[in-house]
Design a protein around this ligand. Structure first.
Ligand code: IMP
Length: 433
């Protein structure tokens, strides 16, 4: 049966999408990543082992699932090879189950050099994985696509042209030494290409033809979307639902019957710079960070932490047209006497109840809170809704009422089995999942 579910981050990334996608994938045939690259870090804890995937779709950990790296992604072949090796070393063979779009672009060593250089002058705190520069090259028509790897002559010319350009930029604009050799870059990617060339294909055509049960795995989060997020403190792809069509090469009509599910933490975090109205800088922020283990899964950076921002969550819900929300890390709030939620911003002396697009307005926004009673008991690992403390239920109800979106699932710990369904997956039957 044809079924489509989209899992999106509803905040600034790191919402716990990896665990959710891993959990749901068991009931899907295909899992697709379609934007971003190795800036993502999707963590799965299964059988007592922790695994972080940066490029491969998380669902590929299930032996029956086909994984697709679709055309909207930017692919660092070295990272891809490492991930394939890691899975192989754990006895997981994906050679027959991985499809990589021939239209996807490569992240090359000179993109990482540029990421570092741009960050050194008024940066925004990127992951330094070369993501922004790779997308710059793509849009600037200088990118190298996976389909170019089959043509050695063209590949050599493209690399030489790009390296000469980046060398000039480094040396003449940034006055930095540049010593990357085009030949070595070419040899490096050609070696990996030989290993994965049978996996490279026209992925959008296959997605259109094969259908079945398909899960689309968003990376980063809505508030980091290059168009809709807190620009310029964003990633360089459309990490909201806007990225689905161009990221997969499929018409918006293809997604008209998809269930779009947002994943949000029970509080808010962000890594890197940029507006974050509910950020807690003192002891409470530190407490959330320690209790939630809030350190970046890609870079190890401490995450900025704060209360749940319902204004941005409502913005994400409306923008993406969420059919349901999944709230993760509820258990991190277990010990708080009181829990605050942001229900408005004060901007230039006015109460504002929408998310402004202007950076300067956003930077001056002060949170207006409502305080809810904490539940002061453990929700860790609860799998039966009737065991939830009344105050936790009230917290969830408050989120549903504010956003207008039903909360369908709670995650109550990092392990695969620590979750509970509150409702059926909208538009689909829970029994199908
Ligand atoms: P870039 O995507 O590496 O260019 O980084 C741009 C911004 O997005 C920075 O603030 C990063 O911290 C943030 N970012 C990128 N990927 C992720 C992610 O997977 N989780 C959370 N933040 C991310």
């Amino acid at each position: 049966m044809d079924r489509k579910v989209v899992i999106l981050g509803a905040q600034w990334g790191d919402e716990g999408k990896g665990k959710i996608v891993d959990l749901l994938s068991e009931n899907f045939d295909t899992v697709v990543r379609y934007q971003g690259g190795s800036n993502a870090g999707h963590t799965v804890i299964a059988g007592g082992e922790k695994l972080i995937l940066h490029l491969l779709p998380t669902g590929i950990l299930h032996p029956h699932v086909k994984g697709v790296i679709a055309q909207g992604m930017v692919v660092d072949l070295e990272v891809l090879e490492k991930e394939i090796n890691t899975l192989n070393s754990r006895g997981i063979d994906i050679s027959e189950r991985l499809l990589i779009s021939d239209r996807a672009h490569l992240v090359l060593p000179y993109h990482k050099v540029l990421d570092r250089l741009f960050e050194s002058k008024g940066g925004i705190g990127t992951t330094l994985r070369g993501i922004g520069p790779a997308y710059m090259f793509k849009v600037g028509r200088k990118g190298i696509r996976l389909s170019d790897l089959a043509d050695e002559k063209r590949l050599t010319e493209l690399i030489e042209e790009n390296v000469a350009f980046v060398k000039d930029l480094c040396e003449k604009v940034f006055c930095q030494k540049f010593d990357l050799s085009p030949q070595r870059i070419g040899e490096g990617i050609t070696r990996i290409y030989e290993r994965i060339k049978d996996n490279i294909t026209d992925a959008s055509r296959i997605l259109l033809k094969d259908r079945g049960k398909t899960l689309f795995e968003g990376a980063q989060g809505t508030m980091l979307d290059v168009d809709m997020g807190t620009y310029p403190f964003v990633t360089s792809s459309n990490s909201s639902s806007l990225g689905l069509s161009n990221g997969t090469g499929l018409s918006p009509k293809f997604f008209s019957d998809a269930s779009i599910i947002g994943v949000a933490k029970a509080y808010t975090t962000r890594v890197g710079s940029g507006p974050f109205p509910t950020e807690l800088e003192g002891e409470e922020g530190e407490r959330l960070r320690e209790m939630g283990g809030e350190y970046g899964s890609t870079t190890g950076r401490p995450r900025r932490c704060g209360w749940l921002d319902l204004i941005s969550l409502k913005f994400a819900s409306d923008l993406n047209h969420f059919d349901g929300l999944i709230i993760t890390k509820l258990d991190v709030l277990d010990s708080f006497d009181e829990i605050k939620v942001c229900v408005g911003y004060e901007i230039e002396g006015q109460r504002v109840e929408h998310f402004p697009s202007s950076l300067s307005l956003m930077e001056s926004a002060r949170p207006i809170y409502e305080t809810l009673k904490g539940w002061k008991s453990s929700t860790k690992g609860i799998s039966d809704p009737s065991h939830l403390p009344a105050e936790a239920k009230e917290y969830i109800r408050f989120i549903e009422e504010f956003t207008g979106v039903p909360v369908i699932m709670l995650s109550t710990g990092p392990k695969r089995e620590e979750y509970l369904w509150l409702r059926e997956m909208p538009l689909t039957k829970a029994t199908c999942l």
